[in-house]
Design a protein. Structure first.
Length: 141
């Protein structure tokens, strides 16, 4: 079994320095990891193997979330890359309209400056995701 909460913690570490318009909850991070697992199954041609029963929440062990399948290290990396892309896209979509605004008292421009490089970050992650996929030869041959 793969401990998905360990991947959640790793995702938090990887995205810790990114400013966000609102704090993300534990559930938000879990959903991004689950999205990454689902994307892995789809991209590797195993979509028909996916079902929600592959996710197991251990109520005896602090509601830890597990995937009943053991993910190899390359698949874990792929899931994390997909989750990071989901994270940055959420941040990007929430700040799309913050470029500038005007009130009766003042005019503010450049309100999106803390988020200006998200497009590049997402592009780099997409590229890394592609490289990781092609290194998983069992799915590309």
């Amino acid at each position: 079994m793969t401990n998905l909460d360990a991947l959640v913690e790793e995702l938090k570490e990887l995205t810790a320095l990114q400013q966000t318009p609102r704090p993300f909850t534990e559930g938000d991070y879990r959903n991004m990891i689950i999205y990454g697992v689902k994307t892995l199954y789809i991209d590797t041609g195993r979509a028909l193997e996916w079902n929600e029963e592959l996710l197991y929440e251990d109520e005896e062990n602090q509601n830890m979330l597990y995937l009943t399948y053991d993910l190899p290290i390359d698949e874990e990396k792929y899931v994390l890359l997909c989750a990071q892309i989901a994270f940055y896209r959420k941040v990007q979509s929430s700040v799309n309209n913050i470029v500038s605004y005007t009130t009766n008292a003042l005019s503010v421009s450049g309100g999106d400056k803390p988020y200006a490089h998200l497009k590049n970050t997402i592009g780099e992650l997409e590229n890394e995701k592609r490289k990781t996929y092609y290194k998983m030869r069992r799915y590309t041959i």
